[in-house]
Design a protein around this ligand. Structure first.
Ligand code: FE2
Length: 325
């Protein structure tokens, strides 16, 4: 089977091609957020301009043509409405023209499934950390197969919090990865810490770090902000692991690219003799391959929809999506 997947939920327009679980192509173009942040209409225009180019590049990289493809997956949500619409329309155009099956995919499920596959994990607790999402998940089969949310952010995603801080400090590029680089030279200064059971919150931490920006060195604030945020995620994740009785941990999403976060999670797993797994960075950043990967599994179980029922859903929570494993 050969399936193409289109991802457009936020700043990335990605196209992946997968054949029987193997990634043949994973191409993308990214809107530059570093100065303006996410302006939906501008990002959607960027996606519309780049869609054709990225699709053609993915086909060429995979060494296949439109005629070889059997199904089209696209991100239904969660994400930014105008951006999701561009991917949905591209997928519908391809499916309609070539008379192919079309499969709407939950973006969060796609992140989890490609990471679970890459990490060779069976039934892990999942820490899903990205710009807009920060959740602790575990698969549940009732009342339908889905990822149950054991804990989550009570305000913003950890990735957006780190990016916001980078913009406030006028770091270049203004991303969480720059905070991580600068943090390596920092020492700890006290920060607020908010964990409630398996939930956590980041805005108090962000506000405090911004307020201290005239008084403390940038490297100390970057280090303390990152360490505190990651420690909060680790405490809640460790609690979820122990309460659920899980023997495996998976981390996924854009912030899963952080070596420091993975180091902290690895230490937790080692202390409890649990397995720890994650995907390569290209699959933790937003990408089309994960959408194709999830869509192919769904298509093999007959989960395509008629074109008229293929919509988008900005607030498509992971626990409302049926998971095909
Ligand atoms: Fe994502």
């Amino acid at each position: 089977m050969l399936v193409i997947g289109i991802e457009s939920s936020a700043h990335t327009f990605g196209v992946g091609i997968v054949s029987n679980g193997r990634v043949l192509a994973n191409e993308k173009e990214m809107y530059d957020l570093s100065t303006t942040g996410m302006i939906p209409a501008k990002v959607a225009n960027f996606h519309a301009k780049n869609a054709g180019k990225v699709i053609v590049r993915a086909l060429s990289k995979a060494g296949v043509s439109f005629g070889d493809i059997e199904g089209v997956g696209y991100t239904k949500g969660p994400g930014i409405g105008p951006c999701l619409q561009v991917g949905q329309l591209a997928a519908k155009a391809i499916a309609s023209k070539l008379k192919l099956k079309i499969i709407p995919v939950n973006h969060s499920v796609a992140h989890v499934e490609i990471s679970r596959h890459a990490g060779k994990l069976d039934d892990p607790v999942v820490l899903y950390v990205s710009g807009g999402n920060s959740q602790i998940l575990k698969f549940a089969s009732v009342p339908f197969p889905h990822y149950r949310i054991l804990g989550e952010t009570l305000d913003v995603g950890v990735g957006n919090m780190l990016d916001s801080f980078a913009r406030k400090l006028k770091l270049t590029p203004a991303w969480g990865s720059t905070v991580a680089r600068i943090a390596k030279a920092g020492r700890y200064v006290e920060m607020p810490y908010t964990v409630k059971g398996m939930d956590f919150a980041f805005t108090g931490l962000l506000t405090h770090a911004i307020e201290r920006s005239g008084e403390e060195k940038a490297e100390d604030l970057c280090y303390s902000l990152q360490e505190t945020a990651f420690a909060m995620l680790c405490e809640a994740t460790e609690r979820a692991l122990l309460l659920s009785g899980a023997k495996e941990l998976c981390v996924c999403g854009g912030v899963a690219q952080s070596e420091r976060l993975r180091e902290m999670l690895d230490a937790i797993c080692k202390s409890h003799k649990m397995r720890f797994g994650y995907a390569r960075n290209e699959f933790n950043a937003d990408n089309g391959a994960m959408i194709a990967f999830a869509a192919e599994k769904m298509l093999k179980k007959g989960c395509s929809l008629p074109l008229s029922k293929c919509d988008i859903k900005q607030k498509y929570r992971i626990d409302s999506a049926v998971v095909v494993r």
